[in-house]
Structure formats: C-alpha cells, structure tokens
Design a protein around this ligand. Structure first.
Ligand code: 5GP
Length: 125
C-alpha cells in the first residue's frame, strides 16, 4: 500500500508555521493545538510532526521514537486538561476520523481529544 501525503494540507501548513495555531503542548515529534471549530468545551487535535496521512501510514512507517512520542503526547494532553478518570477527571472521547467513510477532512493524521461535556452517543445511527 502506497500512501501519498499532500504536503499542502492545512496541518502541514500549521507545522511549517504558514498559518497560526493555538498550541497547548509540543514535543520533538508531536504537536497538540486547539481545534479552530470546537465541538466541545475542550477540543484539542494531536498530530505527529512527520508527514503521515493516517494511523496505518504512521504505525507502518514512523520510527518507534515517533510512535511512542505521539501516543504519550495524547495522554499527556489528556492529563494536562484534567480529563482522565484515574485522576478525578470526567473522561473524554478520542477520535481519529480516517478516509472517506470516517469523514476525514484533513489528510494529516490527527487525534481529536474531546471533553468538558457528556459526548453523547458514539455515532449517529
Ligand atoms: P477531521 O474531519 O479531518 O477529523 O477533522 C479536521 C479538524 O480540523 C476539524 O475539527 C476542523 O475544525 C479542524 N481544522 C480545520 N482547519 C483548521 C485550522 O486551520 N486550524 C485548526 N486549529 N483546526 C482546523
């Protein structure tokens, strides 16, 4: 399977600092920033800095260092936002929309962290 990354997508432009973002956390390999059109009181996007379209692309081609960094960044943001149930947080939803049926708008891997309210049913039925 060949993954064709579009280096002009909006998150690539954010990484190149061509457009601004509200960063909440950053590491060597990952960036977490506020969603421009929040669907919940807390709505943060976590992306790897490398050019990966989706989770499959990332897990099959990223280095272990990048994969560990990205996954730990997601959890760090969840903790920073005090969402984790283990520390009295009220929980959260983690979403990675992928491809056509997943309704992925931006072709750069991103996880949505949503919280601050009850997120309701997982998907519309
Ligand atoms: P997707 O549908 O691909 O899973 O989600 C893309 C997300 O990116 C949407 O929630 C949308 O609001 C967000 N988004 C799109 N353009 C920008 C932008 O320029 N800046 C930020 N911070 N978020 C964006």
């Amino acid at each position: 399977m060949e993954f064709k990354y579009d280096s002009n997508n909006i998150f690539a432009k954010i990484l190149k600092k061509e457009i601004p973002n509200e960063t909440v956390f950053e590491t060597k390999h990952s960036l977490a920033f506020k969603d421009i059109n929040p669907a919940a009181p807390i709505h943060i996007l976590v992306i790897p800095k490398g050019p990966y379209i989706n989770y499959d692309h990332f897990v099959s081609q990223a280095t272990n260092e990048e994969i560990i960094d990205f996954n730990k960044t997601i959890i760090q943001v969840i903790k920073n936002e005090k969402l984790d149930p283990e520390r009295n947080g009220n929980g959260y939803r983690l979403i990675a929309n992928t491809g056509l049926n997943g309704v992925q708008e931006v072709p750069h891997l991103h996880f949505h962290i949503l919280g601050g309210r009850n997120m309701g049913f997982m998907v519309s039925r």
